[in-house]
Design a protein around this ligand. Sequence first.
Ligand code: BES
Ligand code: ZN
Length: 433
Amino acid sequence: MQRALLSIVLVGCLGLALVPPATAQSAPSGAAAFAHVRHLAGTIGPRVAGTAGERQAAEYLAAQLRQYGYPVEFHSFQFPFFEARSVQVQVLGATPRAVAAQALLLTAPTPPAGIEADLVTVGLGRPEDYEGKQVSGAIVLAERGVITFREKAANAAARGAAAVIVYNNQPGVVAGTLQQRSEIPAVTITQDDGRHLLEAVQRGAVRLRVMVDAVHETRTTMNVVATKRGIARPEDIVVVGGHYDSVPGSPGANDNASGTAAVLEAARALAAIPTPRTVQFVLFAAEELGLYGSAAFVAEHRQGVVAMVNLDMVGWGERLMVGNGGRDDAIVELALQAAQEAGIQVRRFRASASDHTSFERAGIPALFLHRGVDPDYHRPTDVPANVDPRHLEEAARLTVAIVRELTRIRSARPGGGRQADEAARYIQRSWPG
Ligand code: BES
Ligand code: ZN
């Protein structure tokens, strides 16, 4: 027993003595990260939660992480799967005419034969827009903007409408989410088609048929989790993650093969660097339908998690941004300091709408690394060419720098400046040691 203990201590000391420096070999590579983006978004393509594409991606990620030497687990969980199979909008009359329409994510389906009703226009679809309008049993037409799709659908449903059509407030089609299952079918059409329908209604009654074939069912998917055990305080865990699923119809290169790839490269680089605390690399499933993967992780595996770093959309845009939803400034200060020391220029920002939010909701200090919203966001054109390998490298480098800070057991930090001191004191407080 004593001998075993001694050898553990010895191995521990040797491990420490043999800590390799962050060499060029173990430094994150933009080219290697980009190869992951090509595989995920190019070869596999859309990775919609609960579909074969997502599962294929999970297996690829696990294989990569195992190659770096980590033990890998799949954490499976259930979530409300959604898929829109087909959407049709028809203007009825002597010569019926089809209008191209898109399902909003999480729309209710129509009966198989569709819904046939008169069209009523309701401006932006706010409560005040319904004054003096009779929409019970009708299909309502609302313009996009000012309030969310979810609110437009809820306002229409509350007044007895049978379905809602939202027309774009700018050229082209629009994809969007209702954030939760709507009570009535909800679809979008283009601005042009919306204007034509508005004009037609002004000339007289317009009768439409709307048909939405959509599946809502419970499915199982999984987060991919690789663990790098800490050498001094293994019970403290820093989670580094990003979602690997995409929206339907989009290869999701920037959203979020980019963040996934940068996490992989950070994991590869960190494999050679012992850390005092444990690091878990977690690639989340089912983010796009409502942060389900990160919520499941927090619900079941939050024990010991002291901080989280989320990478989402880091392959396109002017400058890397660092922030969170606003519940914790100290961890942002620490990240800004790490960026400065690594010579990486970053901008501070505030955003939720991604997986760090699940951790913030549970009171865990979390960071969001993001580079801005590209014009191909959630579109079929979010392909690998949309992503710049240099940005991936920068995101992975910053991740490594931040992880080294977060996994360090702190005493005072001489010369760290006032803000860094505050961050250090804060971390001391929340992670006693
Ligand atoms: N990658 C986006 C998050 C994002 C978009 C962050 C733009 C910052 C700016 C993410 O995959 C996404 O699309 N999220 C949903 C919300 C989520 C709670 C389902 C969104 O923003 O619509
Ligand atoms: Zn995303």
